[in-house]
Design a protein around this ligand. Structure first.
Ligand code: CAA
Length: 255
């Protein structure tokens, strides 16, 4: 069964994350399906923008913790695990994220990998990885810091608190806030507007926009990936993810 619904509407390619039972947690199957769809959209001259959306309850609650729990450092490091998600940020078409509900961990990172973020009034953003004994591994330490500045990024990354849509917009993470019920339509209208302009123009624009944002990002991402993989060598990761699976509070201090 597919976990991403792939459709088109006019010149917009639409990816709808569809794992409602897991709050659209991002597993490897989802990455595979997104990668195939983005390849297809990029190769299709009739597509001028991509819309990514989740459900009313969750855009995505992050990387799939159940899939992450058994992993250990040598494996994740050698495989360069989660590196494939850079495919989203590397997409050459403009991307619009329509965010309702939770955008946490990898979900927040997925939204930040898009160009525009249209959020519902009750959307919630956060990077709660430390509660699991790990750090973000899909660009969060770099993209969040560049988007909202070091002080707020440190607050979110280190305390694991969520921020609401208003705070996220004030901080520069969100392009526009609209009532929850209007998120999909507003994001689709923005995507259709973008797709209505020249495709080459838009691709050149995206490249330059990203260059302003990303120049020394590659180095930061390399450092982040190494640190993220290293988390899987720690007892904190084992404890944090086991606690989540057992629906109990994590105890990181066994001394
Ligand atoms: N991975 C796997 N399953 C998840 C999940 C995740 N990230 N988030 C939620 N789920 C599952 C829950 O286990 C639960 O499944 P069951 O019904 O089978 O038990 C289902 O989705 C519904 O979740 P809850 O019952 O927890 O719903 P809630 O409304 O009580 O809480 C929530 C919502 C606050 C978002 C809570 O689900 C939560 O804290 N989720 C985890 C958020 C998180 O820590 N994300 C970071 C992941 S790590 C990461 O992303 C690393 C990286 O950078 C690559």
């Amino acid at each position: 069964m597919n976990v991403v619904d792939v459709t088109t509407e006019g010149r917009v390619g639409v990816l709808t994350l569809n794992r409602p039972g897991a709050l659209n947690a991002l597993n490897m199957q989802m990455l595979d399906e997104i990668t195939v769809a983005l390849d297809r959209f990029e190769a299709d001259p009739r597509i001028g923008a991509v819309l990514v959306r989740g459900s009313a309850r969750a855009f995505s609650a992050g990387a799939d913790i159940k899939e992450s729990q058994p992993r250990r450092f040598p494996q994740v490091f050698v495989e360069n695990w989660q590196a494939g998600w850079s495919r989203v940020a590397d997409c050459r078409l403009p991307m619009v994220a329509a965010v309702n509900g939770y955008a946490l961990g990898g979900g927040c990172e997925l939204a930040m990998s898009c160009d525009l973020v249209i959020a519902g009034q009750t959307a919630k953003f956060g990077q709660p990885e430390v509660t699991l004994g790990v750090i973000p591994g899909m660009g969060g330490t770099q993209r969040l810091t560049r988007a909202v500045g070091k002080a707020k990024a440190a607050d979110l990354l280190m305390t694991a608190r969520m921020m609401d849509a208003d705070e996220a917009e004030r901080a520069g993470l969100v392009s526009r806030i609209v009532p929850d019920a209007q998120v999909d339509d507003t994001a689709m209208a923005a995507a259709q507007t973008i797709a209505g302009f020249g495709r080459t123009t838009m691709q050149l624009l995206k490249e330059t926009l990203n260059a302003a944002f990303e120049t020394p990002l590659a180095e930061g991402l390399r450092v982040e990936k190494l640190a993220f993989h290293s988390c899987f060598a720690t007892p904190e990761q084992a404890e944090g993810m086991a606690a989540f699976a057992a629906k109990r509070a994590a105890n990181f201090h066994h001394e």
